[in-house]
Design a protein around this ligand. Sequence first.
Ligand SMILES: [Zn+2]
Length: 192
Amino acid sequence: MTAPAIRPPYLDPAADALLAAAPTPRRALFLDRDGVVNVNHGYVHAPAQTDWVPGIFALVAAAAARGYLAIVVTNQAGIARGLYDEAAFLDYTAWMHREFARRGTPLLATYWCPHHPEAGQGGYRVACACRKPAPGMLLAALARFSLAPEASFLVGDHDSDVLAAAGAGVAGRRVDRADWGDAMAGLLAFAP
Ligand SMILES: [Zn+2]
């Protein structure tokens, strides 16, 4: 079986305006989702399950002030496992984008991998190019939005996030709860 195509991203309704306003070379702040954007309670896919990671909005605001476009890159094994479907994921993603936009810290796009090589059901059980640590989602974003990898940065909470970034030529930083709160925006000290 050949590897499935990487899903086109969920694009924020303001994506065109965000891209037009971005300085060049274009740079991204890539964000893992669970554990970086929202607290990882396990397979979060509804607003009622969502607790924002303290400091995430300040991080995106500080990054935007430096010209970074915020892009979420998330493994969604819950889709592969049949816990929720891609339509539900996209509904939730649209809500998440609205929550960021209304705080003045819009996200440009969200990329997701719905696969899992062992636990996936049906066609979702596949070795793909998008599940991190593979760099496929980042490579797709770099190409689609003409982003400069050497000017971009990733924040994740697993080694697989940082490995995915490295595979795309992007610097990455692994964070944990000790980085939540006021320290989040300070992570940009490690960014190019
Ligand atoms: Zn995948």
